[in-house]
Write a protein of this length. Structure first.
Lengths: 428, 771
């Protein structure tokens, strides 16, 4: 077992300082220097995108799409307004990392958004902040005001004559608004429901204009990459999985919380950092990437390293890095009932399979949990899941199916026991 | 053009098309619910999922753009599996109430379930129940049946131009509903009934009265505005049970205005005249046809012999058929009378016209316009579907310019508008004419406002343009001046001059000669200098006339009025003989619409009671007088005589030119004046007898006096309270409603109202007094 990670951190390094969120702390430690350099040297956008590509930074919101590639989709010569949007609608159960960036290192996010705005030729940036963290909305507004006063936002950024501003937008708690096109609809003042793609936001985004949407942690990583170079970022992690990453570990561990460690760190190391499984208990299962990622039994996850490739190979998703730990006391039927209720409740209702299917799955799991399961229910759940996944407008359909199918796949016995004995196998 | 393969069929289709477009072009049916050819793509029902080679997941045909070389399988095992999966989801919460559902038998869900649904349901949980919504008197709801296709919501936003339905709620709790405390009150609202693929939205007046398979569908033409919408009259037991649209891209597309859809109720009205009646000692007595005809002909002969043929007035409704109107004028002329007219609501006949006024272009050309000048038209209510076409043009970039007496909401962006009182309308239009540099005399004293200049600038730019005169312009006391100004503006800007013809067969009436020629009197003149006798075909001049009071007085004072009408209430108080004639659905006939299109139809049902088709009654009247040329055996024969070359005869007589008019009414009148445009559901004898239409918001508003808040306050009146309306010597009590879209000193009180007959002219001084 290796020692706790003590190397450089990309996002939450300010926590090692007094007044982590202050402009002074940020600037004193090299903050906004990347932006100043870019504006002073008029660094070509292509060079910035190249560095981001080298860094192998992948979308931290959950999909893991290479950020440099996404940026290169923005039309260069488009005449008219373009936008960048920061997705801080952190609604995935188990994920609580973006809120800490906004709370403890807001200026790095601002700098990241401004650099993105410069690179992509955007007129303005919006930060869409999750409804449940309303207190951070205010601290974020305060940070924006600080940055404006210091000339890092506004009509003449760092004296360059270039204008760009960032606006905050408060979400109201709908999970689906974390889906990028639903988020755009919500900013536009409409009902938050995903758009059919194509067209993609890079050609038809906010208010119909080319738009790039990135996760908070993704954008906050940009200044570090520009200060230290893409290669340095890549070197923090492992090939195809650059940088450090914040893992939100929750559940049955002694020290739940956010841990920023290099990509590719063994899961076992993270578990040690989090104080191990709560005393006197053993690891049963882990959901490695937020509630929509398929669950992995202990023996599988213990062999994984924390990066996109390893987790995918194990049959789950790296996702947003929200690690939910369950010990042997957890009833998997009860846990799934709660998860499927969440997706049933959060389906936007726009397209048929998700609107109708999530309620169907929840009701069946609910019945099993309450001793009214039938032998054919498990096959039915798998089949209903197959009829949802891949047939919906957005990924919420798959997200709802992931838990159901993986719980049954790995813990079928427990479900069968529930159905047969009308009570719980683990006695929960 | 991309070449794609669908189900082994190769098809070339324009770039930018979707797989659904390609499939439709290839004649391949892909099941769907939310897709509709006239609405935006929602891609939400997922019923049209298809297999595309190299795509990992099934894709919705409606939203997948074609690419060259694409290989699509719409009926492969993978596609059908996806489609069946969606079908199962749609059915799990859909009630199994087809036997009591009005949509049964014409339900897309039912039909597609036959092909893609399971034999039994795997869903064993409780089903969703959704509370009903009150959408007003026309659309009934059974919201539990809703499958959330959102067609009705998109229709409001995209076609009707007003979002009256939305889908609040999330997930399973998503519900289609109107805004709180609101109904659906668009003049096009009934189309959501057709659009709804299930029985969630059905026709309220039709509710539970017949099954779809019990009815024969017979083609008809709408008898209201001048568009000539194509109707499917749905008939059971010789009764029209409901009306739905017949697709005609050149005219109504797949839509109907509510007026077209629901006024069939009048066909089954208790007010129908079913036996000939003669007034005997002041009391109406039912008689048989020979007696009635002998009486009518005899009485008319006496008048002609005593006072001469010019003592008779022949007034026809412009909603009658070509055949009827042709024989009507033929009878008048054979009797030696030139007092023939169907322009009952007009007052200004000055100037020289050389033909019949028409749209000046094809209806479909409206969608292609770049610039529009709409002159005095309450277009949404006069021409609901023309307004829809103009909105589509504006959506594509056309600039709408509006000159009117009320700032009516056109439900589309208006580039420039000039709103003025009716008596100021000539001045306003003259300003635009002067600003475009029109070649017309008498404008030297006209002061051009900035707004008029801006409008002129809009009209001088663009390629395809039209100046369209609405019903208010045509009914206006200075209609000819508005006409000549519009003509001058059109000439100066290279625009087409058109008339938004507000009755179903006004063009046909003009073409067959329902107009006075040398020595004859027009409709207004026939009432101002009362005639000894009137022969009225289908009209209710006391309601429709430019001056209802004068018309009513003239009719009441005549020695003889012969009324040919489907309704016994038309003319009951002034006629001496009432002859029951067939309504529009009960006769074969033809209309000429505003673009000069001749549309003929066969009778959908037989006439009610002893009513006879009007052309036969007119022919027999001719026989009674022993006149030659009244021996036609069929409506077709009458038509061939009326329009020997068919549409070519029509086209030869269409002409919007006017000459010999002096622009004189350039100074607005002082004081309060009436704006008496026709209320949407008071246009004709049918719409005013459709109870469902009368209780709609439009129907109710049509019965009130409207004024802006400033005027109401200045007069010390209260809105939504009764008010005394005084015009000339008459006084009638109306409900006063506030409409801040009206200019100051204007009281909008619709023409065509039974309650307003005594008040008189549609335009002119009016006053409001506290009760």
């Amino acid at each position: 077992m290796s020692a706790p990670y003590t190397g450089p951190k990309v996002c939450l390094w300010t926590l090692d300082h007094a007044n982590p969120a202050s402009l002074e702390t940020y600037v004193a430690n090299g903050g906004y220097s990347a932006l100043k350099k870019i504006l002073a040297e008029k660094t070509p956008a292509a060079e910035i995108i190249e560095q981001v590509k080298i860094s192998a930074l992948r979308g931290r919101g959950g999909a893991g799409f290479p950020t440099g590639l996404k940026w290169s989709f923005m039309p260069r010569n488009y005449e008219g307004d373009k936008y960048i949007v920061c997705n801080s609608d952190e609604g995935e159960p188990g994920t609580f990392k973006d809120r800490d960036i906004i709370e403890f290192n807001p200026h790095q996010l601002i700098e990241g958004m401004v650099i993105a705005g410069y690179t992509l030729g955007a007129k303005a940036g919006y930060n869409y902040i999750h409804g449940e963290i309303f207190e951070l909305y205010e601290s974020w507004e305060k940070a924006l005001e600080e940055a404006r006063s210091a000339g890092y936002l506004g009509n003449n950024i760092c004296g360059s004559g270039w204008a760009f501003d960032v606006h905050a937008h408060q979400g109201y708690g709908a999970y689906v608004c974390g889906e990028e096109t639903a988020l755009l609809e919500s900013i536009e003042g409409k009902k938050g429901q995903p758009r059919f793609k194509p067209p993609f936001p890079a050609s038809f985004g906010l208010y119909g204009k080319p738009t790039t949407i990135n996760n908070t942690e993704t954008l906050a990583s940009i200044p570090w990459i520009m200060r230290n170079g893409g290669q340095a970022f890549l070197d923090l992690g492992k090939p195809n999985n650059g940088g450090t990453k914040i893992f939100s570990i929750s559940g049955h561990v002694n020290k739940p919380g956010n841990y920023e460690i290099p990509m590719g760190t063994p899961f076992a190391d993270l578990l040690v950092m989090a104080g191990g499984v709560r005393d006197g208990h053993t690891l049963k299962a882990v959901i490695p990437g937020g509630s929509s990622a398929p669950v992995l039994p202990a023996e599988i996850i213990m062999a994984c390293t924390l990066d996109y490739d390893s987790i995918a190979k194990a049959g789950s998703m790296f996702g947003s890095g929200a690690v939910i730990v369950m010990d042997e006391t957890v009833c998997m039927v009860k846990a799934l009932e709660r998860l499927s209720y969440f997706y049933y409740e959060e389906s936007c209702g726009q397209c048929t399979p998700c609107r109708e299917g999530t309620g169907w799955m929840y009701r069946v799991v609910h019945r099993i949990e309450h001793g009214e399961g039938r032998p054919e229910d498990l096959d039915l759940l798998m089949s209903v899941g197959n009829n949802i996944a891949g047939r919906t407008i957005c990924a919420l359909g798959e997200a709802a199916v992931g838990p159901v199918q993986s719980f049954i796949k790995h813990f079928r016995q427990e479900f069968e026991y529930h159905i047969e004995h009308k009570r719980c196998m683990v006695g929960a | 053009m991309p070449l794609i393969t669908i189900d082994d069929q190769q098809i070339e289709i324009a770039a930018g098309s979707t797989v659904m477009d390609a499939a439709r072009a290839a004649g391949i049916y892909i099941p769907h619910f939310c897709y509709h050819k006239k609405l935006s793509i929602a891609a939400s029902c997922r019923m049209c999922l298809i297999e595309v080679e190299k795509a990992p997941k099934p894709l919705p045909a409606c939203a997948t753009p074609v690419t060259d070389g694409m290989v699509v399988r719409s009926h492969s095992a993978k596609a059908v599996e996806a489609q069946k999966g969606v079908m199962e989801f749609l059915l799990i919460n859909h009630p199994l109430d087809c036997p009591i559902c009005d949509q049964g038998g014409e339900c897309q869900l039912q039909d597609i379930a036959v092909g893609y649904g399971g034999v039994a349901s795997r869903y064993a949980e409780a089903k969703r129940v959704v509370k009903e919504k009150d959408l007003g008197p026309l659309v009934a709801t059974d919201m539990t049946r809703c499958i959330h296709c959102s067609r009705c919501v998109r229709f409001g936003q995209e076609i009707a131009g007003i979002m009256e339905l939305g889908m609040p709620g999330r997930g399973e709790h998503t519900e289609v509903m109107p805004f709180l405390e609101h109904h659906v009150s668009s003049e096009l609202s009934g189309n959501v009934i057709d659009l709804c693929p299930v029985g969630a939205l059905t026709s309220k007046p039709f509710r539970f009265s017949a099954r779809s398979w019990e009815m024969a569908r017979r083609k008809g033409i709408s008898p209201h505005d001048g568009l000539g919408s194509n109707l499917a009259l749905q008939v059971k037991d010789n009764r029209v049970m409901r009306v739905t649209p017949v697709d005609n891209e050149a005219i109504n597309e797949c839509w109907l205005a509510d007026r077209d859809r629901f006024s069939y109720q009048a066909l089954n009205s208790a007010e129908r005249l079913t036996r000939p009646m003669v007034k005997d000692g002041g009391r109406w007595v039912e008689v048989d046809w020979p007696k009635a005809m002998a009486f009518a002909a005899g009485a008319l002969k006496v008048i002609r012999d005593t006072h001469g043929a010019s003592a008779i007035g022949f007034i026809a409704s412009p909603h009658q058929t070509v055949e009827e109107l042709y024989l009507f004028q033929k009878l008048a002329r054979a009797l030696g009378c030139e007092n023939i007219d169907s322009r009952i609501d007009r007052v200004d006949f000055s100037g020289r016209r050389d033909g019949v006024e028409w749209l000046g272009m094809a209806v479909t050309d409206l969608n292609k316009l770049d610039r529009v000048l709409l002159v005095a038209s309450t277009v949404r209510k006069e021409q609901p579907l023309i307004a829809q076409r103009l909105r589509q043009a504006v959506k594509k970039g056309a600039q709408m310019n509006m000159v009117h007496c009320a700032d009516d909401d056109l439900l589309c962006p208006v580039a420039n508008k000039l709103i003025a009182r009716p008596s100021d309308l000539v001045n306003i239009l003259a300003q635009v004419a002067k600003a475009v540099g029109a070649d017309i005399d008498g404008l030297s004293d006209v002061v051009v406002s900035d707004a008029a200049r801006a409008m002129a600038a809009s009209l001088k730019s663009g390629e395809k343009k039209a100046v369209l005169l609405g019903a208010v312009a045509q009914q206006h006391p200075a209609a000819s001046e508005l006409h000549v100004l519009a003509q001058a503006i059109a000439k100066a800007t290279g625009a087409t001059l058109g008339f938004l013809v507000d009755s179903a067969n006004a063009v046909g009436a003009g073409v067959v000669g329902c107009r006075p020629r040398q020595g004859g009197l027009n409709a207004a003149a026939m009432f101002v200098a009362p005639k000894k006798a009137y022969v009225i075909l289908g009209a209710e001049p006391e309601l429709d006339a430019a001056d209802s009071a004068v018309a009513h007085q003239a009719l009441a004072g005549a020695e003889l009025v012969i009324a040919l009408s489907p309704f016994k209430t038309a003319g009951a108080d002034y006629a001496q003989v009432m002859l029951p004639v067939a309504a529009y659905a009960e006769t074969a006939g033809s209309y000429v619409n505003m673009e000069g299109r001749l549309q003929s139809w066969c009778a959908a049902i037989p006439p009610q009671g002893e009513a006879r088709t009007a052309w036969k009654v007119l022919r027999v009247l001719g026989n009674q007088f022993g006149l030659a040329g009244f021996d036609q055996d069929s409506a077709e024969q009458v038509l061939a005589e009326a329009l020997p070359e068919g549409e070519a005869t029509v086209r030869a007589r269409l002409n919007n030119e006017i000459a010999d008019v002096t622009v004189a009414h350039l100074n607005a009148a002082a004081g309060i004046e009436r704006l008496g445009d026709t209320a949407v559901y008071q246009l004709d004898a049918y719409s005013r007898r459709a109870p469902a239409l009368q209780v709609t918001v439009d129907g109710q508003v049509g019965h009130a006096a409207m004024a802006c808040g400033a005027l109401i306050a200045r007069l010390g009146l209260s809105e939504d309270k009764p008010v005394k309306v005084r015009q000339s010597d008459a006084e009638v009590v109306f409900k006063l409603m506030r409409d801040d879209r009206l200019p100051d000193n204007v009281v909008r009180l619709a023409g065509g109202l039974a309650a307003a007959v005594q008040l008189g002219p549609r335009f002119g001084p009016i006053s409001l007094e506290k009760m």
